[in-house]
Design a protein around this ligand. Structure first.
Ligand SMILES: [Ca+2]
Ligand SMILES: [Ca+2]
Length: 96
């Protein structure tokens, strides 16, 4: 998996796109939060689908916030207390 940053602060794993493979979201403090969708034997970087160009998230949780059957992405900025919820609108792993 191509992730080599020192700014990662938290990680969470869930099947965001409901394909049976675990997916990974990494909260970072000096770059966009990262999204890797699992596939057979690999993880593919889908970071742009998270819809952020910068982030200062220090924690991340993957949970179905709106009870629509797919897992959403929730991040918290530990410095400002800003909570962000990115809805997984169609179980495609996209959380704008
Ligand atoms: Ca998946
Ligand atoms: Ca949901």
């Amino acid at each position: 998996m191509p992730y080599e940053r020192s700014s990662g602060r938290a990680v969470s794993v869930a099947d965001l796109d409901l394909d049976g493979y675990a997916d990974i979201v990494i909260a970072t403090t000096d770059a966009p939060d990262r999204l890797f969708l699992g596939a057979a034997g690999a993880f593919v970087d889908h970071t742009p689908t998270l819809g952020l160009t910068t982030s200062t998230a220090t924690s991340v949780a993957l949970v179905d916030v709106d009870h629509d059957g797919d897992t959403d992405v929730v991040t918290l900025d530990g410095a400002t207390g800003q909570l962000r919820w990115r809805a997984n609108v169609d179980a495609s792993g996209v959380a704008p």
